[in-house]
Design a binder for this molecule. Structure first.
Ligand SMILES: [Zn+2]
Ligand SMILES: [Zn+2]
Length: 351
């Protein structure tokens, strides 16, 4: 059964996933995923969301490029900046679409979590462009405040555990970061509306183009199970709430999903997961909005009953991590470590 444990096929991964906890299976499946991404380095792979909008998956998170429609000044905008080390891929994608030496007129951030701003520093060395974010996200982008700690006890997947290792310290973009005018949008992206969708992060925004009902939702909701490494790495489709481990205000998160469902998008591109469209999207999004508590909220967790409090200066209050949560987190970590060691032992015996 374990003879090829460090080289599992996609189907095998799923098979084992049914039998074993994700913490164990992920250790094996991740090798394969890493290699396949390495092989794509030379030829960048991206996908079209709708005419004038493209996306690219960077290991487990998406970035998007939006070109202005005909009739508007020429130009394009980058939405989010992916994980650290992906600047080369983002630049290669841009040059493949818009031509060699191209640069965006601006970078828009749906929010400032590390998986959405990881390559920002490298990109800004290459492109001298403004970065736009909601004013409540600015403290996390100007060195003023750190994000609240993640809750690894929610969601039950490897990504929830891995969130403990995500950097929370703020970036300091200084004067390069500008506040989005939520009423008028930004001059670099005419025709697109900006919607404040807090809950996952205080200044989280989504972008909507009423012309073709295209929604870029960031992490306000996702189209995969963001807590599960198996789902995010393999791009399995499932409309879900925001990634649980980083969501710090669940009441606001529910309001945000309802706000986005009311826009009746026909296409949704999210921070994690594949693009969803048409009837499949409408049904799933309406269902999520109507059943948010049951479908999206964890049954317990640090932020479920007590949201964080944040303002323009950053995080003001973080609820304490209760004894039960500490114990649950400890048990999860022990389980993950045991799983990892078990796989290593099997590999040693068979090598
Ligand atoms: Zn996020
Ligand atoms: Zn994310």
């Amino acid at each position: 059964m374990f003879s090829s444990i460090n080289n599992l096929s996609f189907v095998e991964c799923i098979f084992y996933y049914k039998l074993l906890p994700e913490t164990i299976v992920f250790t094996s499946c991740s090798y394969k995923q890493h290699r396949s991404n390495m092989s794509k380095d030379k030829k960048v792979k991206y996908f079209q969301v709708t005419p004038g909008v493209w996306g690219m998956k960077l290991v487990f998170v998406n970035i998007f490029m939006i070109a202005n429609r005909k009739g508007f000044p020429k130009g394009w905008v980058l939405v989010d900046a992916g994980i650290k080390g992906s600047a080369d891929k983002i630049i290669a994608m841009a040059e493949s679409i818009f031509g060699k030496g191209t640069q965006p007129t601006a970078i828009v951030l749906t929010h400032g979590h590390i998986d959405h701003v990881g390559a920002l520093g490298e990109l800004l060395e290459h492109w001298n462009v403004p970065v736009y974010a909601h004013e409540l996200e600015l403290p996390y982008l100007t060195g003023k405040s750190a994000y609240p700690p993640p809750d690894p006890t929610v969601g039950g997947g490897v990504m929830s555990l891995a969130s403990l290792m995500f950097r929370r310290e703020p970036l300091d973009l200084g004067s390069r970061v500008k506040v989005i005018n939520m009423e008028e949008g930004i001059p670099e992206l005419p025709g697109w509306q900006f919607i404040h969708t807090p809950g996952h992060a205080p200044g989280h925004i989504s972008l909507f183009n009423p012309f073709n009902a295209t929604l870029i939702a960031g992490d306000a909701f996702t189209t995969t199970k963001a807590e599960s490494a198996i789902y995010v790495l393999n791009y399995f489709k499932k409309l879900s709430g925001p990634p649980m481990y980083f969501t710090t205000d669940w009441v606001a998160a529910e309001d945000s999903v309802k706000k986005l469902a009311a826009l009746e998008p026909r296409i949704a591109a999210t921070g994690h997961g594949p693009v969803m469209r048409g009837r499949e999207l409408t049904l799933a999004l309406n269902y999520l909005a109507s059943n948010f508590e049951r479908e999206a909220m964890p049954s317990g967790g640090r932020y479920v009953d007590h949201p964080i409090i944040a303002d323009k200066e950053g995080t003001k209050y973080v609820p304490p991590f209760g004894v039960t949560h500490k114990f649950k987190a400890f048990a999860l970590l022990v389980g993950a470590a045991a799983g990892f060691m078990a796989i290593r032992q099997v590999q040693k015996v068979l090598s």
